[in-house]
Write a protein of this length. Structure first.
Length: 654
């Protein structure tokens, strides 16, 4: 109850005081004008006059947008509406001209076999119920090898929709044999077509009429009951067949029945990434909070099952706002199956990572960026032949993952390979797998492991690791500071890494007992190829020779002093003054610096009214490789022998 109350307050705050947008997606099937006999009785329906009233209410509250508007993030107002029609019965023609005249975009979601044949397996169920005696239905079910708790007193309609029964098996073994009994005696059972055919789609210039098409599966099975292979086959087959029929590019998948379950969420995300879809539509009866444009991640959006009653429509409009969310995982339900075929695996596959990151970190679009993945892992100069990540899977579904951000360290004059743990995450399911095995695997294999800014919960497991206190300094560069007169100092700016950095590093890094192994080659990869911020190298020359440097990143109105190597504090201070004055001229509002050194912290304290936060970087030294040296490290592991900065980790400005 407290959590729900918090969500209500949060959503009101988002609506009134932030740039976040709200998207309500109302889903329809049939619109009838006068008598319900016009439509399929058992299928969801809304009366024409009620539909018109609902449209009027939506137009008062916000703007109508298209699927393309969602993908390109062209949401027209704070509150937005998208109209969808599933299966697309013939009754859509009752309302199509009204929508076109009002310039209201609509998304049609045809299921291939329903559109191809004019009926689907659910329509067969309706006919079986109408025509066959319940006792005959019960006898047919009793003949099956798989025994079900069913008799003539129970609802065959509910039985066939049950989430615990495989829909494909249900159709082939139960529904089709029963339907064939009807069809033998009544060939005209589906003489009247109930759904629009492909010719309707081909003969209408939908692009000009603001009508778009989504994939609504091959057979309209309850996909939460299907196996992973069956889901993949259905998705790929329907995608190909609809594209072949209509010669269009499909970007959206509307889930039949719409229920969100853990396995289905993983499976559909995996195949949608593979097929380069942009949107998956579920049914949760809640609105969506839209954070921003997604260039790489899939929009996992909730739809609302639209009621016929106008009073209930207004009620569900309100409750869907109160339930509005940005993360489809919050609606996911546990599957009935148990976790089996548990495997600890390693991989270099970008696609597997991109797919699972859609669920692990929704609304962090960079996490599913293939270019960023390639940069961070495949092009990593320290990688060698080591895997990009470890993961735990069950029945081919990734449940948890641990990334290896490969590094090389200088320790007491020698170089050692190692990694930073660049995120160890698990899907938040009740019946999920601990990712502890992934961390243990890494600790067995790596020489040195770093953990940058671990949260308080994770820090409890790092008690025997070396802990380096860090300072995060944040300030606005508003004060202009003049240089102290240094006639022998000259600062030059480079936009790319240069070998002059090697000369500076060679002299200055000898002072440190432990550090990340840095070079012009390292900076060329880590910063020059980084795609989310711009980089400038400030190089200080003393008496004509390179002596110190500072590396600045900037994006929009933010900047970060990401790394530095210096011969003396005077030289570093001189560089900092130059950078701050540049930032002031460029209208940067916030600067961030991270350091392990108190004397560097004092430079910023003397300049500005700064905000300082504390955090830690942890390091693990594998006893298998260092044996009795661990105790000696304690004496030398202090701030005078270390120079940790933002570059000591996997996170840069973005």
């Amino acid at each position: 109850m407290k959590f729900f109350f918090f969500k209500i307050i949060r959503n009101i705050y988002f609506l009134l005081f932030t740039k976040k947008k709200f998207l309500f997606i109302f889903n329809y099937h049939q619109i009838y004008k006068n008598e319900k006999k016009e439509v399929i009785m058992q299928l969801h329906k809304v009366k024409y006059c009620n539909f018109i009233s609902q449209i009027k209410i939506m137009s008062i509250l916000g703007s109508f947008i298209s699927l393309n508007d969602v993908i390109s993030h062209k949401l027209k107002s704070k509150i937005n509406f998208l109209i969808t029609f599933d299966d697309v019965p013939e009754s859509f023609q009752n309302i199509s001209q009204f929508l076109i005249n009002k310039s209201i975009p609509v998304l049609l979601c045809p299921s291939f076999e329903i559109t191809e044949n004019g009926y689907g397996w659910r329509n067969k169920v309706y006919k079986i119920i109408d025509i066959l005696d319940p006792k005959k239905i019960s006898k047919e079910i009793d003949k099956l090898d798989v025994k079900y708790n069913f008799d003539e007193k129970k609802s065959f309609y509910k039985f066939t929709k049950c989430n615990s029964k495989n829909s494909l098996y249900m159709e082939n073994k139960i529904i089709n044999p029963l339907f064939n009994k009807i069809y033998r005696n009544n060939k005209n059972v589906f003489a009247k077509r109930s759904y629009l055919n492909w010719e309707y789609y081909k003969n209408n210039n939908f692009e000009k009429k603001n009508i778009e098409i989504a994939n609504h599966s091959l057979n309209h099975h309850n996909m939460s009951t299907l196996s992973r292979d069956q889901i993949f086959n259905d998705f790929k087959t329907s995608d190909k067949k609809i594209k072949d029929k209509l010669k269009i590019n499909l970007r959206c998948f509307a889930v039949p029945f719409g229920s969100v379950t853990n396995n289905l969420l993983i499976d559909l995300t995996d195949i949608a990434v593979n097929q380069k879809y942009n949107v998956i539509l579920w049914i949760t009866n809640s609105a969506n909070i839209i954070y921003g444009k997604k260039n790489n991640q899939i929009h996992q959006l909730s739809r609302i099952h639209t009621p016929d009653s106008l009073f209930i429509f207004i009620k569900i409009l309100l409750t869907s706002f109160l339930k509005a969310n940005h993360n489809i995982l919050d609606f996911s339900k546990e599957n009935n199956d148990s976790i089996s075929n548990l495997e600890l695996c390693e991989s270099n596959s970008a696609q597997k990572s991109i797919s699972i990151e859609n669920l692990l970190r929704p609304n962090k679009d960079f996490a599913s960026d293939p270019i960023y993945f390639d940069y961070l892992y495949s092009k990593n100069i320290f990688r060698g032949k080591r895997p990009h990540y470890f993961y735990m899977s069950s029945n081919e579904r990734i449940k948890s993952i641990l990334y290896n951000f490969h590094a090389e360290f200088n320790l007491d004059g020698k170089k050692y390979k190692g990694v930073y743990w660049a995120g160890g995450r698990s899907l938040p399911f009740k019946k999920n797998i601990s990712n502890a095995s992934l961390f243990l695997k890494s600790m067995q294999e790596e020489v040195i492991i770093g953990s940058y800014k671990p949260n308080k919960y994770f820090q409890k497991g790092l008690r025997n690791w070396k802990k380096i206190p860090m300072f995060e300094v944040v300030f606005p560069p508003k004060i202009k500071k003049n240089h102290n007169s240094k006639k022998n100092f000259i600062i030059k700016k480079n936009l790319k890494s240069t070998k002059k950095l090697d000369k500076i590093l060679q002299i200055n890094e000898e002072k440190t007992f432990f550090s990340l192994s840095k070079s012009s080659k390292y900076y060329s990869w880590r910063y020059d190829e980084y795609c989310y911020a711009d980089t400038v190298y400030y190089i200080l020359y003393k008496n004509g020779k390179p002596s110190s440097f500072l590396l600045l990143q900037s994006k929009d109105d933010k900047a970060s002093i990401s790394d530095f190597s210096f011969f003396s504090l005077n030289e570093l201070e001189y560089l900092i003054v130059e950078v701050i004055n540049d930032l002031n001229r460029n209208k940067i509002s916030k600067v961030c610096v991270e350091t392990s050194k108190n004397d560097i912290l004092n430079i910023f304290r003397s300049f500005y009214n700064v905000k300082i936060k504390n955090f830690f970087i942890y390091y693990y030294f594998n006893k298998k490789y260092f044996k009795n040296k661990i105790k000696d490290f304690d004496k030398k592991f202090n701030e005078y022998n270390l120079n940790e900065t933002q570059t000591s980790g996997d996170v840069l400005l973005r």
